[in-house]
Design a protein around this ligand. Structure first.
Ligand SMILES: [Zn+2]
Length: 123
């Protein structure tokens, strides 16, 4: 009889205990902010030592711990958000210069097409 009721149960691999009536240990939610202004909430046990930095949950940049007022809790220097190609371009040229260059290139392209030359050639 006892053998029959044991059939089909993987002994030792599963717990039949339920989560009912379990009291969780005290915990606190802490906020972190990255260079891109994303806010990540991380839950720590109350007695845990809260780290000053955590990886952002949105972009995985390093994020700094915030205090209750939303200010950076420690003087941690955050890595800057990586610049885009467009931002780097704007450091070297103004928007007016870029529009001028774009106009020149478009004129060249139109002239080449009107002569029946392929776009792929680079001269
Ligand atoms: Zn982020």
């Amino acid at each position: 009889m006892a053998q029959q009721s044991m059939r089909g149960i993987r002994l030792g691999s599963e717990s039949f205990e339920t989560a009912a009536g379990v009291s969780l240990s005290p915990r606190n939610t802490h906020k972190y902010r990255c260079a891109k202004e994303h806010i990540s909430e991380v839950i720590f046990a109350q007695e845990a030592e809260v780290p000053a930095a955590w990886n952002c949950k949105s972009c995985s940049l390093e994020a700094a711990l915030l205090d209750d007022e939303g200010k950076q809790a420690f003087e941690t220097e955050l890595p800057k958000a990586p610049r885009t190609h467009y931002e780097m371009l704007l450091e070297r040229r103004t928007r007016v210069e870029l529009e001028e260059i774009l106009g020149e290139r478009l004129d060249e392209l139109k002239a080449r097409r009107s002569r029946g030359q392929a776009d792929a050639t680079n001269n």
